[in-house]
Design a protein around this ligand. Structure first.
Ligand code: ZN
Length: 196
C-alpha cells in the first residue's frame, strides 16, 4: 500500500461514515449473523457527487493501463461502472442475472481483444465478479483488473489485479456466540427505522 492508497482508504471510510453508509454498533445482518459493523455502499452511491468522487479515486488506480470498457455486475456495480467509465472516458456496460446466469444483455457487446476493467461496489466473496470475469474471457476480452470501493474479503478472491479503496473486515458471529449479545445489548436490523 502506498501513502496515497492509505489516504484514499481514510477518505473513503470518512465518506461512508458521513453519509451513514458505514455504521458501528450491534447489528443483525440479513444472513441472521450478528456484527459490530454494517456497510451499505448504495447509500453512498445514492449521492452523485460522492459516487463521482470515490469512483474517480478508483479510476486513478488504473490510469496507467489502457482501458476500453468498464463493466460492472448489476445492481451494485452499475453506478460505480458508470462513474469510473466517466473518469476514464470509456463506455460503461453492465451484466445482469437472467435465470441465474450472468449475462450481457440490451445489445451490449465486448469486442474481441477489448481491455476490460471490471468494477463492483463491495466485494465480499467475489462470486458475481468471478462470473463477470468468465463472461469477459468467453467473449475474447482481456481483463485489465478488478476494482471495488470496499473490499470485505480478507484477501483477493481474484486471479487478476485487484484494487479496492477501503479494506473493511466485518466480523460476524452466530447469535449464540455474539460477544455484544453476551454484554446484554440487543441487535438492530440496519435499514429499519428506530421504533418501527
Ligand atoms: Zn449479537
Amino acid at each position: 500500500m502506498t501513502t496515497t492508497d492509505i489516504k484514499a482508504a481514510g477518505e473513503t471510510e470518512e465518506r461512508l461514515k458521513r453519509v451513514g453508509a458505514l455504521l458501528e454498533g450491534h447489528f443483525q445482518l440479513t444472513s441472521g449473523l450478528h456484527s459490530n459493523r454494517y456497510v451499505q455502499c448504495a447509500k453512498l452511491l445514492s449521492l452523485p457527487q460522492e459516487a463521482e468522487a470515490v469512483s474517480r479515486a478508483l479510476a486513478d488506480r488504473f490510469s496507467n493501463v489502457k482501458v476500453d470498457i468498464v463493466l460492472g455486475p448489476a445492481l451494485g456495480g452499475v453506478i460505480v461502472a458508470h462513474e469510473v467509465a466517466r473518469a476514464l472516458g470509456t463506455p460503461c456496460l453492465f451484466t445482469e442475472r437472467k435465470e441465474g446466469e450472468m449475462q450481457l444483455r440490451r445489445g451490449f457487446e465486448i469486442p474481441k481483444g477489448s481491455q476490460v476493467l471490471v468494477v463492483e461496489d463491495v466485494v465480499t466473496t467475489g462470486g458475481s465478479v468471478k462470473e463477470v470475469l468468465q463472461l469477459v474471457r468467453d467473449a475474447g476480452g482481456e481483463i485489465v483488473g478488478v476494482g471495488s470501493i470496499v473490499q470485505r474479503a480478507a484477501s483477493s478472491p481474484f486471479d487478476v489485479r485487484y484494487e479496492a479503496l477501503l479494506a473493511l473486515q466485518v466480523t460476524a458471529w452466530d447469535p449464540s456466540e455474539c460477544p455484544l449479545c453476551a454484554e446484554g445489548s440487543a441487535p438492530v436490523k440496519p435499514g429499519s427505522r428506530p421504533g418501527s
